[in-house]
Design a protein around this ligand. Structure first.
Ligand code: NAI
Ligand code: MG
Length: 497
């Protein structure tokens, strides 16, 4: 195309429509964020070296660059942390009036808000999720969780219909890598509000924001030992779950590890809550607002690279609109931007680890072998780091592994149904039961389905919406116990008859 001539006679550069809709790079500045090269354990209010003097690396999964070295806690370190938590429980935290505990928890909430930018950037660097999400989802929700539970700390006498209650003691909390700071908030905030002390074990690929939370706890001047953070991998988590001084174990992660923990605490007085995987059905009826549903489908599975236990990973679509939904979904997927997670325009970031990428690839290969038809969005994958293009499968059989197993990646399995009864039967035909979504113009249909779905959370004409006042948790092999809301307080209290 030749150059245009403006009225003043000045030549304008030719427009290249091939690039007219590319966004210029818009990376979040990181120069104000300093990640210390080495991180110690936070035990009894002090930063301490691990007994073994061993450290492991945490990397950025989008660049494979090392970000820092992190202490590896062994059994002795875990024992120190549990003892510190016990002392803090006996001396300070269990004796402190709720209104005083509330002040400390409010301080933590406000500090998270004040440091939100730094926390979001570190979250994105350490775990690979888009900055848009860590900034707009993880951080506001983490602060909200502390605010909400600070509000409960002095009102617990009214939480259980006047029944007497007491805290449990020391809580050992093991969290995953998909929402590192938010999962820490889900665990720590209710425990503290109810008068328990905490030993927190973040995931080995994403320990940095839990360590920043420990700094916040230190700056908020909580009594030493009320919150302890021990870093390490599975062995550290196993030592924490098995420690006889722990009164309560809370775990979010894989079903396999959840079962191991359940075996480890069997026959002890420990209380246990487990939040394990999911294989949620996102159900689209022909009368649904289809464009709105497409946004919900895309957000339901491609949000956070599908590293979401309640991801809408099985799309059940009414047969008469199947082709329309698939076409619109393809069109929408072509506009998703995959790449640098620190870029403010990125929709799809990096897969959290090489191990997780290998698991996703294995299951996608199994889907292809089973004869399902694969479509992957046409995005260029960066050369370095761990990436997987948003993908869906059509023609998926219920017996296929991709319809049954948690993929925990940006991969959607599409199935069809003809009647609400068939949709219900297919949706419930899973060992999991964490969440589900329903898209329909008819409120009555949504309520009919919601009452019969065996899922802890059911969204109607929306997906992946969270609020600290709304309890979250599963049925069947998705685990037991609830987090958030008044029901979530039960996980950290002993309530009288
Ligand atoms: P994982 O269950 O091994 O890791 C979660 C946490 O448990 C981490 O902090 C880890 O260090 C700890 N851990 C590992 N082994 C342990 C043990 N024996 N005792 C105590 N703690 C232990 O999950 P992984 O291997 O990273 O992911 C595997 C699959 O699990 C994923 O593909 C996904 O399907 C599922 N998953 C589900 C999550 C959820 O939110 N429900 C979160 C993370 C993974
Ligand atoms: Mg990392």
């Amino acid at each position: 195309m030749s150059a245009e001539i403006t009225k003043t006679g000045e030549a304008l550069p030719a427009l290249d429509f091939g690039h007219a809709w590319e966004y210029a790079p818009s990376p979040e500045a990181t120069d104000h964020v300093r990640i210390a090269p080495r991180h110690e354990l936070f035990v009894g209010g002090a930063w301490r070296q691990p007994h073994s003097s061993r450290y492991f690396d945490t990397i950025s999964p989008s660049t494979e660059q090392k970000l820092a070295e992190v202490a590896e806690a062994d059994e002795r370190d875990v024992d120190d942390a549990v003892q510190a938590a016990r002392r803090a429980y006996d001396r300070y935290w269990s004796r402190m009036p709720g209104r005083e505990r509330a002040k400390f928890i409010f301080r933590i909430a406000r500090a998270i808000q004040e440091k939100a930018r730094e926390l979001a950037i570190v979250e994105t660097m350490d775990g690979g999720k888009p900055i848009k999400e860590s900034r707009d989802v993880d951080l506001p929700l983490a602060a909200a969780h502390f605010f909400y539970h600070a509000g409960w700390a002095d009102k617990l006498d009214y939480a259980f219909q006047g029944r007497a209650w007491r805290p449990l003691g020391v809580a050992g909390q093991i969290i995953p890598w998909n929402f590192p700071l938010l999962m820490a908030a889900w665990k720590v905030a209710p425990a503290l509000a109810c008068g328990n002390t905490v030993v927190l074990k973040p995931a080995e690929t994403t320990p940095l924001t839990a360590l920043l939370l420990a700094r916040i706890v230190e700056e908020a001047e909580l009594p030493p030992g009320v919150v302890n953070v021990v870093t390490g991998a599975g062995a550290t988590g196993a030592a924490l779950a098995a420690h006889p001084g722990v009164d309560k174990v809370a775990f979010t992660g894989s079903t396999d590890v959840g079962k191991k923990i359940q075996r480890a605490v069997a026959g002890t007085k420990k209380k246990l809550t487990l939040e394990l995987g999911g294989k949620a059905a996102n159900i689209v009826f022909a009368d649904a607002p289809i464009d709105q549903a497409i946004e919900g489908i895309v957000g339901g599975i491609y949000f956070n690279q599908g590293h979401v236990c309640c991801a809408g990973s099985r799309l059940l679509v009414e047969e008469s609109v199947h082709d329309l939904v698939v076409r619109k979904l393809r069109d929408r997927m072509a506009t998703l931007r995959l790449g640098d997670p620190l870029d403010k325009n990125t929709d799809v970031g990096a897969i959290n680890s090489g191990a997780q990428l290998a698991r996703i690839r294995e299951l996608v290969a199994a889907g292809e072998e089973d004869g399902a038809e694969r479509y992957s969005a046409p995005c260029a994958l960066p050369g370095k780091g761990f990436w997987f293009a948003p993908t869906f499968f059509t023609g998926v059989a219920q017996s296929s592994r991709i319809a049954r197993e948690e993929i925990f990646g940006p991969v959607l399995s599409i199935l069809t149904f003809r009647t609400p009864e068939e949709a219900l039967e297919k949706a419930n035909n899973t060992m999991y039961g964490l969440s589900a979504g329903i898209w329909s113009d008819k409120g009555a249909k949504i309520f009919w389905m919601a009452q019969r779905l065996k899922a802890g959370v059911v969204w109607g004409n929306t997906y992946n919406k969270f609020d600290p006042s709304s309890p979250f948790g599963g049925y069947k092999e998705s685990g037991f116990g609830r987090e958030g809301g008044r029901q979530g307080l039960l996980a950290y209290t002993e309530v009288g008859q």
